[in-house]
Every structure is written in structure tokens, then in C-alpha cells.
Design a binder for this molecule. Structure first.
Ligand code: DGL
Length: 267
């Protein structure tokens, strides 16, 4: 390929930046578009058929305009639902999804008590139930659907706001004890949550392994890019790209500065 691959990274908001960061570490020379469907945020409460249609519309519009070589759905709530439809509709484009990292959590847990912290949508999905049946049948899996955490992560990114009490209340159900055992691993099954990881570590009632699948997703994306387009060519120190918001909003100064740290400009 003569030009760098164009990669579209998509989420309902800014959570997908946690995946974007890991991909850009491996592929700093790619051409990036980060699309946040902020007009549809939060995805956690959407009914399934409507969400499938919504994501197809937004991705379809971006494919028509930007013609990406690869699409990364950096959103568990969408990936656990719409990947088969996207792949069937655009078979020529590789789609990489983000799904709950239940397998590594179950493999690494010593107490065999793991929690999956996700949006209410992701905890309800058949896809999530299947992952548990397939990889974690030997564990007690506690599904925690958080209504507010994705919004708290957005507030942090847009305005630098965090409220310890509110965050502590949202993560508290992840921590369970049973006889002499207690939860030792928590899957971060929403891409927004690693944005708050410092608060989670500080506010957790005891230390656990927090599992963020972003590095593994980035390795998978890189592997596919190598197969299709060859190895990374650039020795650029940081990636560059454009951020697009479906609301058409103009980013406020704090958000502009935050996005600039990721190498992203806004229109
Ligand atoms: N970042 C998204 C995820 O990984 C969802 C956040 C939301 O829209 O509720 O699930």
C-alpha cells in the first residue's frame, strides 16, 4: 500500500480513546479518524434493534465519506450486538470489535470470583452470557451494570470533574466476599472506564486486577494491518488524526486540549 492505512475508531463518546491510544502506540503512522456518536450517547440504555440501526447509520455515513481501510468498534455495548451486521454489510472492510475480557479474567483469577463492570446493555447481552459459559464456567461471575460511570468518564474528559463518592458507589457492587474468598479481578467491559482507572484504584475497598482489553485489541488490529497492508512504515513519535462528533458540536477549550494530547484535531 502506497499511503498509510486509514483507520476509523468509533465509540458512543470518548471512551474509545482508551483503545485508540493503544492502537496508535503500535501504528503511529496510520491516518486516524476518531468518531464519537455523542448525539446517541449513552448507548447503555438503548433497545437492541434501535442500537443496531443507529450504529449502522453512523458507521455507514463515515464509510461513505472517509473510506477507511479498517474500522475499530471501540465500544463493548455496540460490539456485543452489531459486529455480525457490520461485517455482513461491508465484507470488504475489516472490523475489529471490543468485547468483555472475560477469558483472561477467568484464567488469571485465583479466588475464582470475578466481576464484569459494564453498561446495562452489555451485561444483558447474549454475547456476554456466551463468553461466561464458554470461558468462565469454573468462576463466580458477578455482572455489574453501571448506569452512571460512562457519563462520569465523559465529565472527567470534558471538564476534569470527578466525584469520589459517586464513583465509589458505582464500583462498590464489584467487590464481593464468599466464605474466605473475595473478588480478585474486575473486567473493565466499557471503554470509558479505563479513563477513570486512577480513581477506581484509589477508591477500591481492596486491591484487585483491573482488566482492560485495549492492548490486546490493538495487537489484533496491528496483526490484521500487517497481513493486509504490511508492517508499520513510520517512525513518527505520535499519531495524528481528526475527531468527529455526530452532534456537530464545537469542542470546548478543555476538550480541545485533551484531544490534542491524543494527536486529534477537531473541526
Ligand atoms: N464506551 C461504551 C462501551 O464500551 C459505552 C458507553 C455508553 O455509551 O454507555 O460500552
Amino acid at each position: 500500500m502506497s499511503h498509510p492505512p486509514k483507520i476509523l475508531v468509533f465509540d458512543s463518546g470518548l471512551g474509545g480513546l482508551t483503545v485508540f491510544t493503544e492502537i496508535t502506540r503500535l501504528r503511529p503512522g496510520a491516518n486516524y479518524i476518531y468518531c464519537a456518536d455523542d448525539a446517541g450517547f449513552p448507548y447503555g440504555a438503548w433497545k437492541e434493534p434501535e442500537l443496531v440501526a443507529r450504529v449502522e447509520d453512523v458507521i455507514g455515513a463515515r464509510i461513505a465519506t472517509d473510506k477507511p481501510d479498517m474500522v475499530v468498534i471501540a465500544c463493548n455495548t455496540a460490539s456485543t450486538l452489531v459486529l455480525p451486521d457490520l461485517r455482513a454489510r461491508w465484507p470488504e472492510i475489516p472490523f475489529i470489535g471490543t468485547v468483555p475480557a472475560i477469558k483472561p479474567a477467568a484464567e488469571g483469577s485465583k479466588s475464582r470470583m470475578i466481576s464484569v463492570l459494564a453498561t446495562p446493555g452489555t451485561v444483558k447481552r447474549d454475547y456476554t452470557q456466551n463468553l461466561i459459559a464458554q470461558f468462565a464456567a469454573h468462576c463466580r461471575v458477578n455482572l455489574v451494570g453501571s448506569t452512571h460511570l460512562a457519563r462520569f468518564a465523559e465529565d472527567y474528559m470534558h471538564r476534569g470533574l470527578v466525584c469520589d463518592e459517586e464513583i465509589a458507589a458505582e464500583i462498590a457492587p464489584c467487590f464481593e466476599t464468599r466464605d474466605d474468598a473475595r473478588t480478585d479481578s474486575v473486567v473493565l467491559a466499557c471503554t470509558h472506564y479505563p479513563l477513570l482507572i486512577d480513581s477506581f484504584r484509589r477508591l477500591a475497598p481492596w486491591a484487585v486486577t483491573w482488566i482492560d482489553p485495549a492492548p490486546a485489541i490493538a495487537r489484533r488490529a496491528d496483526q490484521l494491518l500487517v497481513e493486509k497492508f504490511g508492517a508499520e512504515q513510520s517512525d513518527a513519535a505520535t499519531a495524528q488524526g481528526r475527531a468527529i462528533f455526530t452532534s456537530g458540536r464545537t469542542a470546548e477549550p478543555t476538550l480541545r486540549t485533551t484531544l490534542a494530547r491524543y494527536g486529534l484535531t477537531t473541526p
